[in-house]
Design a protein around this ligand. Structure first.
Ligand SMILES: Cc1ncc(COP(=O)(O)O)c(C=O)c1O
Length: 427
């Protein structure tokens, strides 16, 4: 069977970004023939015992309640399961001094879906044929933004400026406001904070500035808060959540231990919520109600926030500290390597300035020493201009064991040193 595909069908049946690399990684893992591989490529959060227990307890509570049949045996509203919406409104109102009502909240089957709805409601062609851009103000950013636009030409990303601390071998990306353009041609703005892949956290001022640039044109700014507080609270630096009339605060329960239940949450102006809710009714009806019912329990009891702050955040923060100190010990001091400041999320991002080979070739060489990381060039969706930097970075997942992180970084340091030495000899 080989059905004829439409242009859109062909586009959507193509894997983009990191998902294309994942195919190679899975094949490598399958063909390793018993050889122990250190897989530092995963984006899947680890199953932490306390987190699993929380969801088990909430499930037991749901099973024992008369609500069970209502939850799993019935369709519900596209906006989401009312007790979860109420739990989020109460929690956010108390925590952040807001005045949310149920009309400000939408639950989607994962936040990836939410970005798909938004990208295509606000980005793409208007009925009069103008192209509305989807602006990513700081590239690199989440690879999944590469596949959400039905009109890929709408996606535009901006090169950042680099804040480099050469002697410490650290750096940080910042939005380059001298380049960033948000105009009447912008449909929406999206960025992740904390950022996957870099662990960057845009400052409160940077976020306010982006939102202020978009406000005069009524452009929605989607703040992808998949790693932000209050859950999963995967920020290692202080950050405030920024709300506003044109801000859609988007979060997810995936990194708080429920990736399989597919729960995304959009919080914002009721007009924005209505647009996305209608898109959802057309596309998928609603998210799984079982996941929503257990999430409502974990939020109402306060257990989710507590576990996020006391278990999830310290777990990954400690992983980053292990990775950072291993690189500091193992990497040659005289090479221009720079680790992105570890401000959050579950990844480390390493930039190797003037790397003599591409990130893809580095990925292949690391495979030879049984270490798997993700080549960085897959994390620049929407950045069309050539930029050497795109081919000089790798993303390292913090989901490895402590030993794997130490051994993996020691091997990486050796491989990188040899690569620069080889290049110096061949000049
Ligand atoms: C920054 C970011 N946004 C969104 C997602 C999608 O998450 P989900 O659809 O599971 O909510 C991910 C998943 O890794 C992510 O890292």
């Amino acid at each position: 069977m080989n059905p004829a595909l439409t242009k859109l069908g062909a586009q959507m049946s193509n894997l983009t970004g990191v998902r294309a690399i994942m195919k190679d990684i899975i094949e490598t893992l399958q063909s390793s023939g018993g050889q122990e591989l250190i897989n530092l490529s995963a984006g899947n959060p680890l199953i932490l015992p306390e987190v699993e227990q929380l969801w088990r307890d909430c499930t037991a509570d749901l099973l024992a309640s008369s609500e069970y049949g209502e939850v799993v045996c019935r369709y519900g509203s596209s906006q989401g399961y009312a007790p979860l919406i109420e739990a989020i409104a109460n929690d956010f109102n108390k925590r952040y001094n807001l005045k949310l009502t149920e009309r400000n909240i939408l639950i989607t089957p994962g936040s990836q879906t939410l970005y798909f709805y938004a990208a295509n409601s606000f980005g793409g062609y208007t009925s009069s044929g103008e192209l509305k851009q989807i602006v990513l103000p700081l590239s690199p950013d989440y690879t999944g933004y590469g596949g959400i636009c039905l009109f890929p030409e709408a996606l535009i990303a901006y090169k950042p400026s680099l804040d480099i601390d050469a002697s410490a071998h650290r750096f940080k990306y910042r939005p380059d406001f001298s380049q960033l353009s948000i105009t009447e041609n912008t449909g929406c703005v999206i960025f992740s904070r904390p950022c996957n892949p870099t662990g960057n956290v845009l400052t409160d001022d940077e976020v306010r500035k982006i939102a202020a640039l978009a406000a005069p044109y009524d452009v929605p700014v989607l703040i992808d808060s998949a790693y932000a507080p209050p859950f999963p609270a995967l920020n290692f630096t202080d950050m405030s959540l920024i709300f506003g009339e044109n801000i859609l605060h988007c979060t997810s329960l995936s990194k708080a231990g429920l990736p399989g239940e597919r729960i995304g949450i959009a919080i914002g102006h009721e007009r924005l919520i209505q647009v996305l809710e209608s898109f959802q009714t057309n596309a998928s009806l609603h998210s799984s109600r079982y996941g929503q019912a257990i999430a409502a329990r974990a939020i109402n009891s306060g257990a989710l926030v507590q576990i996020a702050e006391q278990v999830i955040r310290p777990f990954y923060q400690n992983k980053f500290a292990i990775l950072e100190s291993t690189l500091d010990q193992a990497m040659p001091k005289d090479l221009p390597w720079y680790l992105h400041r570890g401000e959050g999320a579950i990844f480390a991002w390493l930039w190797l300035q003037d790397l003599p080979i591409t990130d893809w070739e580095l990925y292949q060489e690391l495979k030879q020493v049984s270490v798997i990381v993700v080549p960085g060039s897959t994390f620049f969706p929407g950045l069309h201009e050539e930029w050497q930097h795109k081919h000089q970075c790798v993303r390292i997942s913090l989901t490895g064991s402590d030993e794997e992180l130490v051994t993996g970084m020691q091997r990486l340091a050796k491989v990188v040193e040899q690569i620069y030495q080889r290049a110096a000899l061949s000049v």
